[in-house]
Design a protein around this ligand. Structure first.
Ligand SMILES: Nc1ncnc2c1ncn2[C@@H]1O[C@H](COP(=O)(O)OP(=O)(O)OP(=O)(O)O)[C@@H](O)[C@H]1O
Ligand SMILES: Nc1ccn([C@@H]2O[C@H](COP(=O)(O)O)[C@@H](O)[C@H]2O)c(=O)n1
Length: 208
């Protein structure tokens, strides 16, 4: 399997989708699982800070029903990073993510703790990053392209706050695994990043 981690809007999902299509692997954006829990809590009128309620929601989450069109909303990402600090939520979701990672013929998972916690034995580990300013520019453009107004300064502040929460939490903080390959996409096109990732994966999977 291929494990991809990195901060918000670094391009890890774009790479994960391209790699999964290239190798014919299944793909799971694990961020959607945390978003799914946050969204379900909001829909049920529940607070985001009740660990027992959030964990019960995580335990019954249906991975097949995660709707990117709804969950991609920027504010859900912020809410997701709040429920993601809770160990009981993480335990439930990591279990489901590990089951997904065992799918045949292979799987690509992207998130924050795939190479460190979910699949520490993954043969291919990538850590995708880019400067906060570049990530904010890309996310602002993405939101505007979808027809929603977005302010660069607000998106940049959100990205910095999310980075701090994701890197600073005590359970499974965002960090590269010791054996991860770093891909900094700040000055790299999507195509160039895909080529770099494929070269690393080909070498590790033995299909170069
Ligand atoms: N190398 C790149 N050059 C330019 N734009 C890119 C690059 N990689 C990704 N993008 C664009 O940046 C935006 C964010 O990318 P993507 O959704 O893949 O990030 P992500 O790390 O998966 O984000 P999140 O953690 O929020 O799910 C998208 O609009 C994508 O098309
Ligand atoms: N493996 C993961 C994946 C995500 N998170 C948390 O969810 C938030 C939303 O993730 P996106 O990738 O969809 O932006 C993210 O900020 C993390 O807090 C996680 O903890 N572990």
């Amino acid at each position: 399997m291929i494990a991809i981690d990195g901060p918000a809007a670094s391009g890890k999902g774009t790479l994960a989708r391209r790699l999964a299509a290239h190798y014919g692997f299944h793909h799971l954006d694990t961020g959607l699982t945390y978003r799914g829990v946050a969204h379900a809590l909001r829909l049920a009128g529940q607070p985001l800070d009740r660990e027992d309620v959030a964990a019960a929601t995580a335990l019954v989450l249906d991975l097949a029903a995660l709707d990117r069109a709804i969950l991609a909303d920027h504010s859900i990402g912020e809410a997701a990073s709040r429920v993601a600090v809770m160990p009981a939520v993480r335990r439930a979701l990591v279990e489901a993510q590990r089951r997904f990672s065992a799918r045949s013929p292979g799987a690509v998972l992207d998130g924050r703790d795939i190479g460190t916690v979910v699949c520490p034995d993954a043969p291919v580990k990538l850590f995708v990053t880019a400067s906060p300013e570049t990530r904010a520019l890309r996310r602002t453009a993405e939101i505007r392209d979808a027809g929603t107004p977005a302010l660069y300064d607000e998106i940049l502040a959100d990205i910095r706050a999310r980075d701090a929460r994701d890197m600073g939490r005590s359970d499974s903080p965002l960090r590269p695994a010791a054996d991860a390959h770093l891909i900094d996409t700040t000055e790299m096109s999507i195509e160039a990043a895909f080529k770099a990732a494929r070269a690393i994966a080909d070498a590790a999977l033995g299909s170069a």
